[in-house]
Design a protein around this ligand. Structure first.
Ligand code: GDP
Ligand code: MN
Length: 379
């Protein structure tokens, strides 16, 4: 789960990373009021979950509260990389002497957190990494030992930080590392961490990504989930514990098991069709899960046929068949359905489904061929 800048800054603040004074707003008049409270000069910042807002015109400096209001109206009407702007962060404007890049990130290669830092922070950090990689330093952190002061000082030296700021920099890096660790984040990034004209360090931007699989440990973060930017079908799927990803094709897939779901999509593709989704209903799915899955698949108007592919291992096929029948009573299915059912109690399952209006298949290849031709696709 990606967090907005204003959300990440709240987490930074409780962990002792200094941030500018500011507040989030939903309307231009609110922006004006916040600008008045902050004393006039502010930065109006679009809150969208993509990078490069500054370059896209989504970060604007205002000298007066009324200018802030005008800029807010403009930014609220913008789409940045396809995402509509619904919230604005209003921060007090800061004079900048120098911009630094600082982040803690999961590094799969070393199987540890890594601190990444650069003296050349700001909006073009990707270019710095490409063109002058020597300006980017990386330090691995032992996850059991945690961040050590000497490592933080090595980084301060590596980015040529003025000596008087070292003590504060070490504190900030500890704060950032703690924020990353305490929230089970996979990324905690400050770009830019600035040296202000009064020679103070301040995190002007903030970005965090939280590991979805650890969210159950963080009830305090769940309210941060921004449903506005999420596909409603995916939100609905999460409610029922289904793993669902919407795609562009015409063949709706309902499969038990992530690996089998991937294989089903591959075989559909191989036969010239296009899956409308990835959907893993998981093991032991009962009728409520099956009907939720059907509803979600059918909410996509592009779906022309549904392919149900069930392998009964621990899950028994007759149980799944009962679930499917119950779901069919609940949900009106107006598109053809192809089903392949194998494994434990497959015979019993097929017998239960014999009366139902659906095409059966003995092998996955046959199921895919049928689904593809029913969808009017294929070669
Ligand atoms: P991003 O483009 O999405 O990374 O958004 P940032 O929050 O990093 O802002 C982009 C750039 O705007 C920064 O690198 C700064 O140069 C500039 N900026 C942001 N806040 C301020 C501020 O308070 N004062 C000044 N002078 N510039 C700012
Ligand atoms: Mn930034």
């Amino acid at each position: 789960m990606k967090l907005h800048e204003y959300q990440s800054k709240k987490i930074f603040e409780v962990n002792g990373v200094p941030i500018p004074r500011g507040r989030v707003a939903n309307s231009a008049s609110e922006v004006k009021q916040i600008a008045e409270e902050l004393g006039g000069r502010v930065v109006v910042k679009s809150q969208v979950l993509v990078g490069g807002r500054g370059k896209a015109g989504g970060i604007r400096l205002a000298k007066t509260p009324s200018e802030a209001k005008d800029l807010a109206t403009i930014i609220l009407g913008m789409e940045i990389k396809g995402l509509p702007v619904r919230k604005l962060l209003v921060d007090e404007a800061v004079g900048i002497k120098h911009e630094i890049y600082l982040a803690v990130v999961d590094d799969r290669a070393s199987r540890s957190p890594v601190i990444i830092a650069s003296e050349a922070g700001g909006i073009d950090i990707e270019e710095v990494a490409q063109e002058t990689p020597e300006k980017i330093i990386k330090i691995m952190i032992d996850p059991l030992m945690g961040l050590q002061d000497f490592q933080a000082r090595d980084i301060a030296l590596g980015i040529d930080l003025p000596r008087p700021l070292w003590k504060n920099f070490v504190q900030i890096l500890h704060g950032l590392y703690n924020a990353y660790k305490a929230t089970d984040a996979s990324l905690a990034e400050i770009n830019p961490l600035v040296i202000t004209e009064n020679d103070k360090l301040l995190a002007l931007d903030a970005k965090m990504v939280i590991d979805d699989n650890a969210l159950f440990r963080h009830p305090e973060l769940i309210e941060f989930r921004d449903l506005d930017v999420e596909d409603p079908a995916e939100t609905e799927a999460r409610k029922y514990g289904l793993s669902f990803i919407k795609l562009d094709g015409e063949i709706g897939c309902m499969v038990n098991g992530a690996g089998l779901a991937m294989a089903t999509m591959d075989i559909i593709k191989q036969h010239g069709g296009n899956p409308a989704n990835f959907l893993d209903i998981g093991g032991g799915a009962g009728s409520s899960k099956v009907s939720a899955a059907l509803r979600i698949i059918l909410s996509d108007p592009k779906v022309k046929v549904i392919l149900i592919n069930i392998f009964g291992g621990i899950t028994r096929c007759d149980e799944v068949a009962k679930g499917i029948l119950a779901a069919f009573e609940e949900v009106k299915v107006k598109v053809p359905v192809v089903i392949r059912l194998v494994g434990t109690n497959a015979e019993e399952g097929r017998a239960l489904l014999a009366g139902a209006d659906m095409e059966t298949a003995d092998s996955l290849v046959e199921a895919a061929q049928k689904a593809v031709s029913m969808a009017g696709e294929g070669v």
